[in-house]
Design a protein around this ligand. Structure first.
Ligand code: KG4
Ligand code: ZN
Length: 336
């Protein structure tokens, strides 16, 4: 098959990103314009502001992606775009832009599931990685385990029954006054803290592959409110460390259990929370004891980016999936 240069577009949340990826694994360019500085003053992403900034930035991001790749639009084999899940107004910008581009270039259009994109970030990072494997997807909106049968078929093994782990990081960071996005800030504070507080006395269900984070989140918030009411001092670093350990332990236990249940010997981690160093260390160490190999994307590919979207589209194309037509629309949720 001739080389495929796929142009990927990502606009599901607060990153406007366009990338060009060759044959699914080789990143030619990956431009990410983050709106974090705009949203952090509000303590989280404001959907309407996100859409407006995508509209403002997207054509500049496209020019930069083409310039840094050193190729022109006529070299593009297909256009890929995140069509969901995400913020509806933000998705509309990327999807409309992608449809226009694909139509005007006369190339196929592939709508990509954002979660599958996050998983594909690992194909870029680990050139020999191939399904099957167990995949832990941890982001601001998802906490799930999949049995990846092949590049385009995944079986859901378990998911959060309430909050996503990234959401818990963000909420607790806000309560501690660290701001948005919470993950990196909690991680930093936890490095100088000790695990000397137990938030959840009742262990979570250990025999199934579902997750739960609302109990832990509420326990931390109650702890902070109690301390404030009593005018007692709070050691924010210890709170961050104690929370992070409990949050990570749940991810590690369930991921290893998923391998035991499926017989897989590889765990691939994807999504924004895969940037977390404690998760990387604890999962790698515990999995190794069970003879399980672990894979994480490099930090730049953990959070939202378009290279991962282009990569997944390549595997959709290889699997013979029918390209989308101009009726492709954004979806705020997609069934797992
Ligand atoms: O995948 P992503 O960029 O966006 C979604 O699809 O949701 O993930 C964003 C999430 C946020 O909740 C953020 O706090 C979390 O990833 N995150 C982290 C770290 N870096 C980002 N969580 C824990 N530790 C980190 N180092
Ligand atoms: Zn994401």
């Amino acid at each position: 098959m001739e080389d495929k240069y796929i142009l990927g577009i990502e606009s599901s949340c607060d990153e406007t990103s366009i990338a060009i990826v060759k044959n699914g694994r080789e990143v030619i360019s990956n431009v990410i314009s983050s709106q974090i500085d705009i949203h952090k003053i509000y303590g989280g992403v404001v959907p309407e502001i996100a859409s407006r900034n995508h509209t403002k930035n997207i054509d500049v991001v496209l020019s930069e992606a083409l310039t840094s790749a050193g190729i022109s639009l006529k070299d593009i084999s297909a256009v890929a775009v995140t069509y969901g899940a995400g913020l509806l107004g933000a998705l509309i910008v990327g999807v409309s832009f992608a449809k226009t581009l694909a139509y005007s270039l006369g190339v196929p259009l592939y709508g990509v599931n954002h979660i599958e994109g996050h998983i594909a970030a690992n194909y870029i990072a680990h050139k020999d990685l191939k399904p099957p494997f167990v995949c832990l997807v941890v982001s601001g909106g998802h906490t799930c385990l999949f049995d990846m049968k092949d590049y385009t078929n995944k079986k859901l093994l378990g998911t959060t029954q309430d909050d996503a782990v990234g959401e818990a990081f963000d909420k607790i960071s806000r309560e501690l006054g660290f701001g948005y996005p919470g993950g990196p800030k909690i991680q930093k504070a936890a490095e100088s803290g000790e695990k000397n507080i137990t938030f959840i006395s009742k262990p979570h269900a250990k025999d199934n592959l579902n997750f739960s984070y609302s109990g832990l989140k509420t326990a931390v918030i109650n702890y902070l409110h109690n301390k404030k009411q009593k005018n007692e001092e709070i050691n924010a670093n210890d709170v961050a460390r104690s929370f992070e350990e409990e949050a990570v332990d749940q991810l590690v236990e369930k991921s290893i259990l998923a391998c035991k249940k499926t017989g897989e010997k590889k765990i691939v981690v994807a999504g924004g929370v895969s940037a977390n160093q404690m998760l990387r260390d604890k999962l790698t160490e515990n999995a190794k004891k069970e003879g399980i190999e672990t894979f994480f994307p490099p930090l730049i590919l953990c959070t939202d980016n378009a290279a991962m979207i282009a990569s997944q589209a390549y595997y959709n194309l290889l699997a013979g999936k029918k390209p989308d037509d101009l009726s492709l629309g954004p979806k705020s949720t997609i069934s797992l």
